[in-house]
Unconditional design. Structure first.
Length: 244
């Protein structure tokens, strides 16, 4: 339902107040907010409910109204996490959780068009933006294509930049599938959220200019910080944003 001008003005007033406060800050109580915005408390409650639904505030019964972290915005393009965060003006950092050479099982080999038992680099990283944990990433890379890959560079660098610099490989296109899930105890601890919190699981298969699969990535994103909004045009073209 479209907002009236009065509702739009109230919405803008509240957003302006929210944007001035850091995540976790407590907003004034309903009575003070109603006086500040010069609306009835019923009108105010409806506006606050809407802001809670879109993820800008959290209303805790008996505790108050609290500011949530502002979602970020970026075009959904074929970029690494590091490139996305840099484009947003954020500092990307990584914690390297796991790094081994493994043999592809039947499921992974089918997904990557490889023979079962093919050697893969398996890299697991915690991805952070401005020191806030955002995602846990598991990446499979064919060792036959990247025999001497400098995995330790992934602590600070973009994977796609490293592949280009070290192997002159340019990523060309990707298939991506997104599904809803919840985090387990270990994932919750890494992402600093409660166990069983909602999350988004994105699986991406990346191809180079020769049509080879050069990466299979599974990324688990915090649902409170990461969101996909898609605009589907009538001619079939899709534009999308990550972190609205």
């Amino acid at each position: 339902m479209a907002m009236t001008r009065k509702q739009q003005r109230l919405h803008q007033q509240l957003l302006a107040l929210i944007d001035e406060l850091p995540p976790g800050a407590r907003l004034p109580g309903e009575r003070d907010l109603a006086e500040l915005t010069q609306v009835s408390r019923d009108t105010l409650r409806r506006a606050l409910k809407h802001l809670e639904e879109i993820g800008r505030i959290e209303i805790r019964q008996g505790a108050g109204i609290f500011v949530l972290a502002k979602p970020l915005a970026n075009q959904l393009k074929l970029m690494s996490f590091s490139e996305e965060m840099q484009q947003l003006g954020l500092k990307p950092t990584n914690q390297l959780l796991f790094n081994e050479v493994i043999k592809a099982d039947v499921k992974i080999s089918n997904k990557m068009n490889l023979a079962p038992g093919s050697e893969l680099f398996l890299v697991r990283r915690l991805r952070l933006a401005d020191d806030c944990p955002v995602a846990i990433e598991r990446v499979y890379l064919p060792k036959a294509i990247f025999p001497e890959l400098e995995i330790q560079q992934l602590r600070t660098g973009s994977l796609y930049e490293i592949l280009y610099r070290q192997y002159d490989i340019v990523v060309d296109q990707a298939k991506q599938q997104i599904s809803a899930t919840v985090v387990n105890e270990e994932e919750a601890e890494l992402l600093q959220i409660p166990t069983f919190s909602p999350a988004l699981l994105a699986e991406r298969t990346v191809y180079d200019e020769q049509g080879r699969i050069i990466e299979l990535a599974k990324s688990l994103y915090r649902a409170d910080r990461y969101r996909f909004n898609v605009l589907v045009q009538r001619n079939g073209t899709r534009l999308a944003t990550v972190y609205e």
